[in-house]
Design a protein around this ligand. Structure first.
Ligand code: NG6
Ligand code: CA
Length: 520
């Protein structure tokens, strides 16, 4: 594969020397449409999609033909991990290349939290700025907005935000769809905001007089099962209270179409320069209220319908790449921010209609869990120009989303390798299908840390409940050390810590070194 890429570069240089196209500021050569060595990157980060939720990874009852296309024409990874078992810490690590456990205040954020990434640091979009890319973030954000020094005012231009991190264009769900305010923020301004109807948000006490799920359960079109009983917007109780901004409120059923519209228009507007498009889908997080095109179509209730809607969004993006002639030199990544959850707070029939569908596939646990289901996620990468002989292959390499900054920096020129934290590794060889990832261990973070090292999985003894009382997820907590051999026991059923004390000691030491900021 490396040979192929070098071959293309030499060809590019030869064309450049012949004067058919000019060298750019970075010394690279133009071949007409995109710059050689500068693939577009479309990074699709889905929400709460489990390893087993897509048919490419074995789901049978729900079909995801568009998502599966990425695997069919690219590489399907079977040992790829989100850095944490919930959204904010996982996304923090993806953006920065640094584990979230190193930075206090990176747990699941309320909707009015300040941005937790320092705009001065090199995060994912900066890598692409330096390489001359157009950049956009569309969809779910959940990394905070604004400054910690003053409370967030939704009626003014919000800064710093994703634009200040280096995204040229942003169109964002500020936190989650189950958290207020339920509005889109475009380049720092609430879409549809009217000064005469100011938006107010509070996470400590009720604000305004809009009905709440707690007091007006009869107004709900989808009732909560736990939490989510504060302000009602569009018939759905949310986390937090809000009032105002009536014209700005999103319609849950249309969120997926908004994401398709914004992503496809960014792609066609930027087809002549290299671009980095970060897409955070709302699906399949709660509340699951899909458009009527998908409602009732999966036979599994709204959770299954949301998977179909997710697949359609991926299809929209892939079609836009095809239509603009960009598929060949575009890296498309499809992955998830954490493992699956069935009941995450709304009575949406997900539990009763689950049947034999296994959201985490063969893995134990899910979102919020230290077991593999908490963080091992789908990871599909398609890059026709960069991974030609790897088409349709499955790879077992260990990969973590914390590796994305170093990896994408390498692929786009390697300008920032020295600026990035050592937590993330360059796994570009594996992404290209050219060689192993060189990663031997994975940190799994669900409140506390567990470690995978080759085939071994170690969960240190810890206090805490074995089941998350609200969602029913197995947390992985136990009073004793746990060690599993994932080669023979992928479901983590047989704790063999007692009979492998040397492995346990070694992995404890590795975790201690990682915590201290060193390589294990
Ligand atoms: C929890 C919410 C859950 C979900 C999660 C964040 C309750 C009872 N539960 O606190 O519904 O919003 O936070 O999910 O409020 S994440 O994928 O963004 O991390
Ligand atoms: Ca999530």
């Amino acid at each position: 594969m490396a040979g192929l890429v070098i071959g293309v570069s030499i060809l590019g240089a030869a064309i450049g020397a012949l004067g058919m196209s000019g060298a750019t500021a970075t010394g690279r050569f133009q071949t007409g449409v995109t710059e050689v060595g500068k693939p577009n990157v479309v990074f699709i980060l889905t929400d709460d999609v489990g390893y087993g939720d897509i048919s490419a990874n074995g789901a049978i009852r729900v079909k995801t033909p568009n998502i599966d296309r990425i695997a069919k024409d690219g590489i399907r990874f079977t040992n790829a991990y989100a850095p944490a078992a919930t959204c904010t810490p996982s996304r923090y690590a993806l953006m920065t290349g640094e584990y979230a456990f190193r930075k206090p205040g990176t747990g699941v954020l309320p909707g009015d939290a300040a941005m937790i990434i320092d705009p001065a640091r090199v995060s994912l979009p900066r890598i692409f700025n330096a390489a001359g890319y157009a950049t956009a973030a569309i969809g779910k954000w959940h990394l905070g907005l604004g400054n910690a020094t003053s409370p967030l005012d939704w009626n003014k231009h919000i800064t710093p935000g994703a634009n200040e991190l280096g995204f040229d264009e942003t169109y964002l769900i500020p936190a989650t769809v189950d958290r207020v305010p339920t509005v889109w923020v475009k380049n720092g301004d609430v879409v549809g905001h009217e000064p005469s109807d100011p938006i107010q948000v509070d996470y400590k006490q009720r604000i305004g007089n809009w009905p709440t799920g707690r007091e007006n359960r009869e107004l709900l079109k989808q009732k909560h099962s736990h939490g989510h009983d504060m302000t009602i917007v569009n018939g759905i109780g949310r986390i937090g209270w809000m009032t105002g901004g009536k014209k700005a409120l999103w319609v849950d059923e249309d969120i997926a179409d908004t994401i398709i519209r914004e992503t496809t228009s960014f792609i066609s507007n930027n087809k002549r320069k290299p671009f980095f498009l970060y897409v955070g889908t709302h699906d399949i997080h709660v509340p699951r209220v899909p458009h009527k095109r998908f409602a009732g179509k999966s036979g599994m209730g709204p959770r299954g319908d949301a998977i179909l809607q997710l697949d359609a969004q991926v299809g929209g993006i892939l079609n836009a790449l095809d239509k603009n002639g960009l598929a060949d030199n575009t890296i498309v990544v499809f992955t998830s921010d954490n493992g699956p959850v069935v009941d995450d707070g709304y009575q949406d029939q997900a539990v009763t209609l689950l049947g034999d569908h296994k959201p985490a596939g063969p893995l134990r646990g899910g979102k919020y869990s230290l077991f593999e289901g908490g963080t091992r996620v789908p990871f599909l990468v398609r890059w026709p120009a960069g991974q030609r002989s790897a088409k349709g292959k499955t790879r077992p390499d260990l990969i973590s989303l914390v590796d994305m900054p170093a990896t994408l920096d390498r692929i786009t020129g390697g300008r920032h390798q020295k600026d990035l934290p050592s937590d993330g590794l360059d796994v570009s060889d594996a992404i290209r299908g050219a060689g192993p990832s060189k990663r031997e261990f994975i940190v799994e973070h669900a409140g506390r840390l567990a470690l995978r090292w080759k085939n071994w999985k170690f969960i240190p003894a810890g206090k805490g409940v074995a089941f998350q009382p609200l969602t029913g997820t197995e947390t992985g907590n136990l009073d004793a050390d746990q060690l599993y051999d994932l080669d023979v026991d992928p479901h983590e059923d047989r704790n063999i810590a007692d009979v492998n004390p040397t492995v346990v000691t070694r992995m404890k030491e590795m975790l201690a070194r990682i915590r201290a900021g060193n390589q294990p």
